[in-house]
Design a protein around this ligand. Structure first.
Ligand SMILES: *Cc1c(COP(=O)(O)O)cnc(C)c1O
Length: 222
């Protein structure tokens, strides 16, 4: 067996059946994605719109494409027709643009709201107050072709597992809080948290979607 399929199998053993594995294939060649596909993998994560759409054109049409990177508004139109789930939505402006492009291609586009849970300044996302403000905003409620499926977050890049655990716990609590609001536009069903280095902790804290790259495909060379 190839290395990629072996790694996929190993990782899947440690993930509950109810947790979706997104194979993060950014920077990796088509042949690596094809290998994962042949091993049964269908969910793939990319962080650049152009790279994702190029790959999508060359690969089987039943692959599900997840946009996991920071997204510029002017790029949304290039993926509106095929993207499966957009993980990194961090502003109402971006949601409005996604909605506009979704209307054009007559689709409902599924999104996750990114929450800033890490101590690093550089990571994007809403804080809790901003999130509550967003869902109370009339403009948010009027987005006809958006479905908000849940939340996404990235923990601090650190060896301190207790800090990582606390950050994931916080995100899960916020997820439950939003679920309880029973808000018409929020279908709180997906909690995307956990990467190669911390997905085991994320699953223990309630993640049901993990985004794993290097543990499947090996280190990336940028
Ligand atoms: C690159 C990336 C991942 C995967 O990272 P690995 O450490 O290689 O598993 C997950 N989520 C996001 C948002 C990423 O940009």
């Amino acid at each position: 067996m190839s290395n990629i399929s072996t790694q996929l199998e190993e990782i899947k053993k440690g993930i509950p059946g109810s947790c979706t594995l997104v194979a993060v294939s950014k920077t990796k060649p088509i042949s690596d994605l094809q290998e994962a596909y042949d091993a049964g993998q269908r969910d793939f994560g990319e962080n650049k719109v152009q790279e994702m759409s190029q790959k999508a054109q060359e690969l089987p049409t039943d692959m599900r494409w997840h946009m996991i990177g920071h997204l510029q508004r002017n790029k949304v139109k290039y993926m509106a027709s095929f993207v499966h789930l957009i993980h990194g939505v961090d502003s109402l402006k971006l949601l409005k643009e996604i909605n506009k492009q979704a209307v054009k291609v007559d689709r409902t586009i599924r999104c996750l709201l990114q929450v800033h849970i890490a101590s690093e300044e550089t990571k994007f996302g809403f804080d809790e107050n901003e999130l509550m403000g967003l869902v109370a905003d009339e403009e948010f409620n009027e987005l006809s072709n958006i479905q908000v499926d849940g939340l996404m977050g990235m923990a601090t890049f650190t060896d301190n597992t207790e800090q990582i655990r606390a950050e994931f716990k916080g995100l899960k609590a916020l997820f439950e809080k939003l679920k309880e609001t029973d808000h018409a536009k929020l279908k709180m069903q997906t909690l995307s948290m956990g990467m190669s280095g911390d997905y085991e902790i994320a699953i223990q804290e309630g993640s049901n979607m993990v985004r794993i790259g290097s543990a499947i495909f090996g280190e990336r060379n940028y």
